[in-house]
Design a protein around this ligand. Structure first.
Ligand code: CP
Length: 290
């Protein structure tokens, strides 16, 4: 089916480099056009709450904003980070679900409060490309230090996607107190000793996240959790992975990132093919319904 004359709208409530540009390139490959809106900079101030008396700073309600934007595209990609204040509201994905309800077209998750599926699809593709076919592998998701409180979307999605790969042993390692949602980690081993976890690993995926229990809080700033060449030497000649953006010499040291063992660019490139696969599938499905 031709994707010509189809338009993919990309709406960002938060910053992005890879998601925005890889989505644009994916759409270009499919013959689609795109438009992008950065809500904070390009648009009216949006009111998110139902029933609010809008007599202050917000000029447009999310109902009208999404309803109208979805008239101008065939797929609407949306990025909405969590507030990291109210766990219940973030984990119910209230904003993302509201956007789905107000839209007239299919929504693609460009990273919501608790999930980043296109990143994990790209990460899964990268692992599959780099492993020896048929051989079992050990993948370690390691918490790493970061000066800011970060969402759980990348580790949550990574656990869900990578635990489904065949012949793959996924281990999580983090300081005590950084346990993620048990519903997501219930079938995955957790080790509090990072060096023990890294032993014999084939892939190391570094990522910071804030506390789930003390929601959105930073509990540990122990720089010894940074990924170094010394730590990579404990592994089975593992490859290093990170979704980017990464704080150099905080999450991982320069020598790891600049080494041949780093897959960060391959992951970023695979974001194009992950987006392309999802956009194509949705457009094909939509054309069947018309
Ligand atoms: N990995 C990722 O989603 O990058 P951006 O935040 O730059 O889109």
């Amino acid at each position: 089916m031709s994707k010509k004359n189809k338009i993919i709208g990309l709406v960002f409530f938060n910053p992005s480099l890879r998601t925005r540009l890889s989505s644009q390139k994916a759409a270009f490959h499919l013959g689609c056009d795109t438009w992008t809106l950065n809500i904070d900079h390009d648009s009216w101030k949006i009111e998110m709450n139902d029933g609010d008396v809008m007599d202050r700073h917000s000029q447009e309600h999310i109902k009208e904003a999404v309803g109208v934007m979805s008239l101008y595209c065939d797929i609407l990609g949306v990025r909405t980070f969590p507030g990291l204040k109210n766990r219940d509201s973030d984990y119910k994905e209230i904003l993302f679900k509201n956007i789905e309800n107000y839209s007239h077209v299919p929504i693609v998750n460009l990273e919501s409060a608790t999930r980043h599926p296109l990143q994990s699809l790209a990460d899964a593709m990268t692992i599959e490309e780099c492993r020896v076919p048929g051989n079992p592998i050990k993948v370690v998701l390691s918490w790493a230090p970061h000066p800011k409180a970060l969402p759980h979307s990348v580790p949550n999605s990574f656990i869900e996607w990578i635990s489904k790969l065949p012949n793959t042993d996924l281990i999580i390692t983090h300081p005590i107190g950084y346990e993620l949602d048990k519903e997501i980690t219930k079938n995955t081993n957790i080790l509090y000793n990072q060096e023990e976890a890294l032993k014999y690993a084939d892939f190391i995926y570094a990522k910071n996240w804030s506390s789930y229990t003390y929601y959105g809080k930073i509990l540990c700033d122990d720089t010894r959790w940074m990924i170094t060449c010394e730590k990579m030497d404990l592994t089975n000649k593992a490859k290093f992975m990170h979704c980017l953006p990464i704080r150099r010499n905080v999450v991982a040291e320069d020598a790891v990132l600049d080494s041949y063992i780093s897959l960060i660019f391959q992951e970023a490139e695979n974001r194009i093919f992950a987006s392309k696969a999802i956009f194509k599938r949705i457009l094909n499905a939509s054309s069947c319904c018309i």
